[in-house]
Design a protein around this ligand. Structure first.
Ligand code: MF3
Ligand code: CO
Ligand code: CO
Length: 271
């Protein structure tokens, strides 16, 4: 079920890797750079911005800091960022398209620093956005933070999912089922799968030294998604608005350490 990460091959495994203090230090550096990359983008997330230009800015920022963009050439993906606007749930591909006033956009970046992965995403408001869009964004951010609050040794993955699901559904949003959070560390997508719905007390027990992401996607309408013919872009089937936030965290003796906190305090740049 669990294995000591430093005695386990650097590859996706079915055991959940447990990491030591040196690994926490590695994740702190990776998480910080990923968050700083999103901080850097904040002033550029404006009407008229070309999403490919934002991607180039992020790629150069990551490379200039001696890191690697994890998504670039990952499973055939050719960009540094995923930029997912409006009814795009996740994995939107940067392109010559521009951002428009009133759009809501998720930007997701993963960097590799000294072999460690920092994976984070936030929502951005492009100019003035509708009040209902703002409420969806704020609820999704709170859902992420409420999930993180559940994290401590002895709690289970189900406690995280249940907390997120209850919070979202009480506000009449739906939780996307087709994508989940994931273990990470020296591996980008590792065990366990971190579902954003579930039942308290069910699923794998959390232990000190586990690293994983929590990245809930909430929809204004129904939860179902489809993948466009580019093989990546996931959209809501009913075209309803979707929002997502993501942090990479480590389980400590008493709770969670968030590796991807924004040094500039821009955790929800729309707020
Ligand atoms: N960063 C995404 C995640 O949260 C993964 C993107 S995979 C890509 O796990 F290839 F589309 F970049
Ligand atoms: Co991500
Ligand atoms: Co992720």
């Amino acid at each position: 079920m669990y294995s000591q990460a430093d005695q386990t091959p650097v590859e996706r495994s079915n055991t959940i890797k447990l990491h030591d203090e040196a690994a926490f230090a590695g994740m702190r550096a990776a998480g910080k750079l990923a968050a700083e990359c999103l901080d850097m983008l904040v002033p550029h997330m404006v009407p008229g911005a070309i999403t490919d230009d934002l991607d180039k800015m992020a790629r150069e920022f990551v490379l200039d800091h001696g890191a690697l963009p994890a998504c670039l050439f990952y499973r055939g993906y050719t960009k540094t960022l995923c930029i997912s606007t409006n009814h795009v749930v996740c994995h939107g591909i940067p392109s010559p398209k521009t951002l428009k006033t009133g759009d809501i956009a998720n930007v997701d970046v993963t960097v590799i620093v000294d072999g460690w992965h920092g994976d984070t995403s936030r929502m951005f408001a492009i100019g003035e956005i509708k009040r209902r869009a703002q409420l969806l964004i704020d609820t999704t951010y709170e859902a992420l933070m409420i999930g993180i609050k559940e994290v401590k040794p002895g709690a289970t993955l189900g406690c995280i999912g249940a907390a997120i699901q209850e919070y979202a559904e009480a506000r009449r949003y739906s939780v996307v089922r087709d994508f989940c959070g994931h273990g990470l560390g020296r591996v980008f997508h590792d065990a366990p799968n971190v579902l954003h719905y579930g039942n308290k007390g069910e699923g794998t027990e959390l232990r000190e030294g586990m690293f994983f992401t929590i990245e809930p996607m909430l929809n204004f309408g129904k939860p179902s998604v489809k993948i466009l013919s580019d093989g990546w872009t996931a959209v809501t089937r009913d075209k309803s608005l979707s929002a997502q936030f993501e942090h990479s965290i480590g389980v400590t003796a008493t709770g969670a350490e968030i590796f991807t906190l924004s040094p500039a305090g821009l955790h929800n740049p729309t707020a």
